[in-house]
Design a protein around this ligand. Structure first.
Ligand code: 4NP
Length: 162
């Protein structure tokens, strides 16, 4: 199963969610079953490492972030993913506009919809914030990604082509 986490810049929220989910997947021994990537709807940080503050926060949790930014621009960029996780409503709307033909709406969802208590809350953009905002984003991603992993478990090994 291929997951894509998407935010605006692909240097703060989505690479954090990707790194958090990858760590959860590895801890669960599911590396061979679930692959994670992230991208931005904007192109300003294509090729860049995640924001230093995001990398510092992840490192505090024993995670080294090595992702390089890329921009999701067309339906072709989404096609190879089974599930696309948007960080906020604006990302969600942008992604649904570029959804490949025939895709169910649920294939592009808000990440926090998998957090049992968050409802339709967003992952807040920490770019203009400080280290506290980055710590909050990391914690939000942990809770939501734990919920996402539990949601996916029953579907593993039974998807299309598997
Ligand atoms: P992100 O945060 O979407 O969580 O990666 C941002 C990073 C950069 C910009 C905006 C948001 N920017 O405008 O460059």
């Amino acid at each position: 199963m291929d997951l894509l986490f998407v935010c605006l810049g692909n240097i703060c929220r989505s690479p954090t969610a990707e790194a958090v989910m990858s760590a959860l997947v590895a801890d669960a021994g599911l590396d061979g079953e679930i692959r994670c990537d992230s991208a931005g709807t904007g192109g300003w940080h294509v090729g860049d490492l995640p924001d230093r503050r995001a990398r510092d926060e992840a490192r505090r949790h024993g995670i080294e972030m090595t992702h390089r930014g890329w921009q999701v621009r067309t339906s072709a960029d989404l096609e190879r993913f089974d599930l696309v996780l948007a960080m906020d409503h604006s990302n969600l709307a942008d992604l649904r506009r570029m959804a490949p033909a025939g895709w169910d709406d649920a294939r592009i969802s808000l990440l926090r919809s998998f957090d049992p208590v968050a409802g339709d809350d967003e992952v807040p953009d920490p770019y203009y914030g400080d280290a506290d905002e980055f710590a909050e984003v990391f914690a939000i991603c942990q809770t939501a990604c734990r919920g996402l992993l539990e949601h996916l478990r029953p579907h593993l090994g039974s998807g299309p082509g598997r």
